[in-house]
Write a protein that binds this ligand. Structure first.
Ligand code: ADP
Ligand code: MG
Length: 231
C-alpha cells in the first residue's frame, strides 16, 4: 500500500477534527477526497505529509511508518497545500531552485518542470505577477520536482476560471500517471474525470469509500450521494 491510515484521531483542544479515521490507498490509485468545509480533509492530508502530528493511530507511507523517518517520508511525497503558499516576491525559477535545493535534486529539473507544467511563456515573471492558474502550475511544479511516489493535492483547482480548471486538471492527470494521488476537491465532475476512487469524510469520519466503477455500476449520482451522506 502507498498510504495506510489506521485509526487516526486528531484533536484541536476539545474538538476532535479526526475520529479514528482508517483508509488504505494502493499504488497508482487516484483518489478524490470529498467532504464539506471543516470535515477534516486538510488535517488528514497534513498528517500524512508529516506537517502535523496526530494524537492517536498510525500512518504508513510507501510501507514505512511516518514517525520512524519523517524526512524520508517527505522525500516520497509531493504536497500542494490548500491556498498554495508561495514566496510571491521570488521569480519562478528562483523559487523552483529553492525547492530543488531543499530536496537535493539536480538543477536540470527546474527547466524540466517549467516545460512539464507549461510555464515557459511566463518563466521570466515573479510569482506575484502570475494569474491564479499559473501560480497553481508553480505549486504543482514544486510538488513534483523530486518525482515523488505519492502526490497529495489539497483543493488544487479551487478558485480557477473554467479554462484554467481544465488545464490544471489535465496537468494533474498527466503528472499523476504512475503515482498515487490523493486530491481534495469540491467539484464532483473533477472526481469523475480524473479519479478511480472516491472517499468522503464528514465531521472527522469516513462515510464513504468506493471505486468509480462501483459508483457507476450502482448508478449512484455522486452529487446526491455526497449530499445524503453529509447533510
Ligand atoms: P477541511 O479541510 O475539510 O475543510 P480542516 O481539516 O481544515 O477541514 O478542519 C477540520 C476542523 O478542524 C474544522 O472544524 C477546523 O475549524 C478545525 N481546525 C483546523 N485547523 C485548526 C487549528 N489549527 N486549530 C483549531 N482548529 C482547527
Ligand atoms: Mg481544507
Amino acid at each position: 500500500m502507498s498510504i495506510e491510515v489506521n485509526k487516526v484521531s486528531k484533536y484541536y483542544g476539545q474538538q476532535a477534527a479526526l475520529k479514528e479515521v482508517s483508509l488504505s490507498i494502493k499504488e497508482g490509485d487516484v483518489v478524490g477526497f470529498l467532504g464539506p468545509n471543516g470535515a477534516g480533509k486538510s488535517t488528514l492530508m497534513k498528517i500524512i505529509c508529516c506537517y502535523l502530528s496526530k494524537d492517536e493511530g498510525e500512518v504508513n507511507v510507501c510501507g514505512q511508518n511516518i514517525k520512524d523517518n519523517p524526512i524520508e517520508t517527505k522525500s516520497k511525497i509531493g504536497y500542494l497545500p490548500e491556498h498554495n503558499p508561495l514566496y510571491t516576491d521570488m521569480y519562478i525559477k528562483e523559487y523552483l531552485a529553492f525547492v530543488a535545493g531543499i530536496y537535493g535534486v539536480s538543477k536540470n529539473r527546474i527547466e524540466e518542470m517549467i516545460s512539464i507544467t507549461g510555464l515557459e511563456k511566463e518563466q521570466h515573471k515573479k510569482i506575484s505577477q502570475l494569474s491564479k492558474g499559473y501560480r497553481q502550475r508553480v505549486g504543482l511544479a514544486a510538488a513534483l520536482i523530486h518525482d515523488p511516489e505519492v502526490l497529495i493535492l489539497d483543493e488544487p483547482t479551487t478558485g480557477l476560471d473554467p479554462n484554467q480548471l481544465v488545464e490544471i486538471r489535465n496537468l494533474i492527470k498527466d503528472s499523476g500517471k504512475n503515482k498515487t494521488v490523493l486530491l481534495s476537491t469540491h467539484i464532483m465532475q473533477e472526481v469523475d474525470r480524473i479519479c478511480n476512487r472516491v472517499i468522503i469524510i464528514n465531521k472527522g469520519q469516513i462515510v464513504a469509500d468506493k471505486t468509480m466503477v462501483q459508483l457507476r455500476a450502482d448508478n449512484i449520482d455522486l452529487e446526491s450521494y455526497f449530499q445524503d451522506l453529509t447533510k
